[in-house]
Design a protein around this ligand. Structure first.
Ligand code: BF8
Ligand code: SF4
Length: 642
């Protein structure tokens, strides 16, 4: 039996630490315990294990000791590259399925078959014009229908490339992809083609497989991230700056507590709506009202548009249940640990799954469709209210810390905030600060937390190091939650910033009635990495350069999900370096490592040589920040900036 690690080594969040101790006292196993028990397979960890057919599994021994070819003759480079493509494809499929759900919802809404309205009329106009749709004299419904049909084409067309790629990609980036012949045609076609090339006896050229991964990265970026964000903004409105609270103290003992967890906001928005409508019903069971809190990216979506507070992020998603005061954990899709149900069995919490293709055995299933969204949301709220009476008072313990944070920094909101400084030329103050060096560059801090890593620790340490060095941080996903918990999404966090960054953000913040902008700007959920890409495209256009030339990078210090691998690939394809702090499981192949990280020979055939961006793998956050800052400085130098 391995000794259990100290809870202070598992999470930086003292609320999580407190509940981990409670879980141990109550004999509850959590993801952190499972991570401690589970040894990682050395073959899988380096990407050299192939399970693509029943001749295997085949694994290639390191250092030439043992078989160097699979039974079919596949070598280590093919196996590692193929596994990498598998991950990117899984990510692209998840995000594309997310946007396809929103297309379907919009098509139902405009036929009055689903109880939502088109709230983002500005976004609708902007997206429709960008897609080349004639908007004159058309009402929202007609326009939304034409936009949704254009989106649907990106799952159907048999030639050309994605409408959303043409809408959102920087011209110089698409030119490179066109010259290489790697432009995606339609999302479903590329996902199927990718599966067919991974199959035994399919594509065996590692470089070709990696180019395939770039195509799937583009599917992820344009059919997944960009399309989801654009269509969600059309349906639910463009996020504006909003104040909220973070940490487990947002769960309230006197309230009926419901956490929403997952990704697609169709359900989560309805849960919030019906929690408000049925609030008084909670009083009938002795509660003061209904309190909805967020976890993971559903939490981000609700935070960005509704200011809903966030209890915690991925690795500690079981903790809200362990408070003993959570009546329901409502989930839709992605990043939902099946282990939630095992934990919930020991409390009164009802885990409620909602989608026909994402069920957990033992959990309650309330089927959600956009057509019956109101009925499903009502049933969920009424179930939660009924559970309030089932609490065991001896098991209730809610950590009391909360941290104030600001979110809602869509590109539109950032531009609006900058307009308060320069109404004629809003990007100018930002660009001037970059040119003068007050802002050295920008980093998108994105991705997850991972039960194998000390939760929030690398996300926060890396952000602090960057901010100290005048690098502006924009954040999404569970990384943004880490920063929120530790004060970096609040103007108070400016105390950690270097002078140039602090002054710039103070000026912009004060022009907008805040003491300053936070040193890290929360731009949304993981699909909202599209907002970061849009900001980069706007900056590149302003400066008349390519995205690859900008002094920027992405970083995923605590990642775990294939979606993050796909997002990283999308940014690398756009010429943005991507740092990961968790082993990307490709180190078994020198060829793959060299193509992705450009650290040895054949620079011209690396992603850095071709696209202008590379993978950086560094576990230590301070060291990682130094590497990122060096690259930012090199890109500044190439632009003629000091
Ligand atoms: O899409 S950051 S743990 S919740 S994968 Fe998952 Fe990672 Fe969180 Fe959002 Ni993104
Ligand atoms: Fe082994 Fe080749 Fe089959 Fe993979 S595809 S399991 S390497 S025989």
């Amino acid at each position: 039996m391995k000794e259990l690690p100290k809870v202070t080594d598992l999470s930086m969040d003292t609320g999580v630490q407190e509940l981990l101790l409670k879980a141990r006292r109550e004999g509850i196993e959590t993801a952190f315990d499972r991570a401690t028990k589970m040894t990682q397979c050395g073959f899988g960890a380096t990407g050299v294990c192939c399970k693509h057919c029943l001749e295997g599994p085949c694994r290639i021994a390191p250092n030439g000791k043992g078989p160097q070819l699979g039974v079919c003759g596949a070598n280590v480079d093919t196996i590692v590259a193929r596994n990498f493509l598998t991950s990117v494809t899984e990510g692209a499929a998840s995000h594309s399925e997310h946007s396809r759900e929103i297309i379907h919802a919009i098509l139902e809404v405009i036929e009055d078959k689903a109880p939502y309205e088109i709230k983002g009329k500005d976004k609708l106009q902007a997206v429709a014009s960008g897609l080349g749709i004639d908007t004159t004299g058309k009402d929202s419904k007609q326009l939304a229908k034409e936009v949704a049909l254009k989106a649907l084409e990106d799952f159907q067309k048999q030639q050309g490339t994605l409408n959303w790629l043409k809408l959102r990609a920087h011209e110089k980036s698409s030119q490179t992809w066109q010259e290489l012949g790697i432009l995606p045609v339609n999302a479903h076609l590329e996902i199927v083609k990718s599966l067919s090339r991974q199959v035994m006896g399919g594509d065996a050229d590692p470089v070709n497989l990696l180019l395939g991964a770039i195509t799937l990265g583009l599917v992820d970026g344009y059919s997944g991230l960009h399309m989801s964000t654009d269509l969600q903004d059309i349906l639910f409105g463009i996020p504006k700056v909003i104040k909220t609270e973070y940490r487990l103290g947002v769960i309230k003992e006197e309230m009926v507590n419901i956490s929403v967890h997952g990704h697609v906001p169709l359900l989560a928005e309805k849960v919030v709506e019906w929690a408000r409508k049925l609030n008084d019903r909670a009083k009938e069971v002795g509660a003061e009202g209904i309190n909805v809190v967020g976890v993971c990216c559903s939490g981000n979506e609700l935070l960005m548009r509704q200011g809903v507070s966030v209890a915690t992020n991925y690795a500690s998603q079981e903790m809200p249940i362990i408070t003993g005061a959570l009546e329901a954990m409502v989930v839709d899709i992605q990043c939902i640990m099946p282990g939630l149900q095992e934990v919930a069995r020991c409390y009164h919490t009802e885990v409620i799954t909602t989608l026909p293709h994402v069920k957990i055995s033992g959990a309650t299933h309330v089927e959600f469709t956009v057509e019956k969204a109101d009925e499903a949301a009502q049933e969920i709220i009424l179930r939660a209210i009924a559970n309030f009476k089932k609490r065991d008072p001896n098991k209730i313990s809610i950590p009391n810390e909360v941290t104030e944070a600001y979110a809602g920094f869509s590109v539109e909101q950032i531009v609006d905030a900058l307009k308060a400084v320069n109404s004629e030329d809003p990007l100018k103050p930002l660009v001037d600060a970059i040119i003068s060096g007050d802002i050295l560059g920008a980093v998108g801090l994105v991705g997850c937390t991972n039960p194998r890593e000390k939760q929030d620790s690398a996300n926060v340490a890396l952000a602090k190091e960057l901010i100290k060095n005048n690098v502006l941080v924009v954040a999404t996903g569970c990384s943004a939650h880490s920063l929120g918990k530790f004060g970096l999404l609040s103007p108070d966090g400016l105390k950690y910033a270097g002078e140039g960054l602090r002054n710039t953000l103070t000026v912009v913040g004060q022009a907008n009635g805040l003491p300053g902008l936070p040193p890290a700007l929360h731009m949304g959920s993981c699909v909202d990495n599209s907002r970061i890409a849009d900001l980069l495209t706007a900056l590149a256009n302003y400066l008349g350069v390519g995205v690859r030339d900008l002094p920027v990078a992405g970083s995923c210090p605590e990642t775990h999900h294939p979606k993050a691998i796909a997002i990283g690939t999308f940014f690398i394809a756009n010429g943005v370096d991507v740092h990961v702090g968790v082993n990307p499981q490709v180190t078994g192949s020198d060829l793959v490592v060299n193509v992705l990280t450009a650290n040895k020979e054949d620079y011209a055939t690396t992603t850095d040589g071709i696209f202008g961006g590379k993978l950086i793998y560094e576990k230590d956050p301070v060291q990682a920040a130094a590497i990122i800052i060096d690259r930012i400085k090199a890109k500044r130098h190439a632009l003629g900036l000091k």
